[in-house]
Design a protein around this ligand. Sequence first.
Ligand SMILES: [Zn+2]
Length: 109
Amino acid sequence: MTKTHPVVIYSLYFPVIILTLYYGNVYKDIPVLTESGLFLAGLFTWTLFEYSIHRFLFHYLAETSRGKKIVYAIHGVHHEYPRDKERLFMPPVPSIIIASIFFLFFFTL
Ligand SMILES: [Zn+2]
């Protein structure tokens, strides 16, 4: 549950990106230039979110041993094995949960 190959994440999200852009352009009449701007805004927003969650959650200074184990399991193991390419990306299950929350939030606006 803490390892995933980068190809898994790419193959999960590239189709979603392509289909979402296609859906927006064809079915919602969003111009390509607007989609491009929204795509860049999404990249910026995601980068900011990722930085914030990394800074404040993944490196949370837990005081209890249970808390330290949780922080280690969530992210500490990534720093323990920084050259392990299968620990560069968030595993699919939590990634899909977080992405679904974002997706539902932005599609219900
Ligand atoms: Zn870190």
